[in-house]
Ligand binder design. Structure first.
Ligand SMILES: CC(C)(COP(=O)(O)OP(=O)(O)OC[C@H]1O[C@@H](n2cnc3c(N)ncnc32)[C@H](O)[C@@H]1OP(=O)(O)O)[C@@H](O)C(=O)NCCC(=O)NCCS
Length: 181
């Protein structure tokens, strides 16, 4: 009897590269799917123009040539060394829970550590409990609330992680990179 060859379905491999202007059109589509009022082309252009000299870093996750996620960081001088603010993290709704945001954040965290960042922070919608869970895995904890920060009066939860500069944080990043939570 002939062996039946079943089709092999492998998850597409995801590459992480610096985000550029050519990713903007798809990023604007993903914004519209992620937020009530997402970033426009001009906001992305302005953010990407500040990569390097303005302390911004943006990474894109690609599957083939398709943009499936992106994340950004803004590194600023703080009172106790440099601080980093996560400006945005979005993953294609069809590719969520596959570790893409984790990979983006691991790479941003490594770059931030190389720049001497000692603390990183972000604002997240109070309703975005999944995103808060993602950040908890990176050692973030709630540090305050900004009332009615978003459209429709939604509160923002401010989260901070002060251990990003610690020696042991590299081990955490290695674990997260390997898919261990
Ligand atoms: C939040 C977001 C970026 C997560 O992207 P993702 O690629 O799906 O995240 P990951 O697969 O790396 O998730 C890592 C972990 O985070 C937690 N997590 C992520 N999404 C979650 C969800 N919807 N519910 C519960 N936990 C979630 C889980 O612990 C998950 O690990 P697990 O899948 O092994 O359980 C994505 O859902 C998104 O784009 N949301 C809309 C935009 C947004 O809210 N961004 C955050 C702005 S501050």
């Amino acid at each position: 009897m002939n062996a039946v060859r079943l089709p092999v379905t492998r998850p597409p491999s995801t590459r992480i590269i610096p985000m550029t202007r050519r990713h903007i059109p798809r990023a604007v589509e993903l914004e519209a799917q992620a937020y009530p009022r997402g970033w426009s082309r001009s906001v992305f252009r302005s953010e990407l123009d500040q990569v390097g000299r303005g302390g911004r870093r943006y990474l894109a996750a690609l599957e083939g040539r398709r943009l499936v996620g992106y994340a950004g960081l803004w590194v600023v001088a703080g009172t106790n060394g440099s601080e980093a603010h996560i400006t945005n993290v979005v993953v294609d709704p069809e590719r969520r829970r596959c570790g893409i945001a984790t990979r983006l954040l691991v790479m941003l965290a490594r770059e931030a550590r190389e720049s001497g960042v000692t603390g990183w922070t972000l604002e997240v919608r109070a309703s975005a409990t999944g995103a808060q869970e993602l950040y908890r895995g990176f050692g973030f904890a709630p540090a305050g609330v900004r009332k009615a920060y978003y459209e429709h009066g939604e509160d923002a939860v401010v989260m901070w992680c002060h251990s990003i500069g610690d020696d042991g944080y590299d081990d955490l990043l290695d674990h997260l990179d390997q898919g261990d939570r």
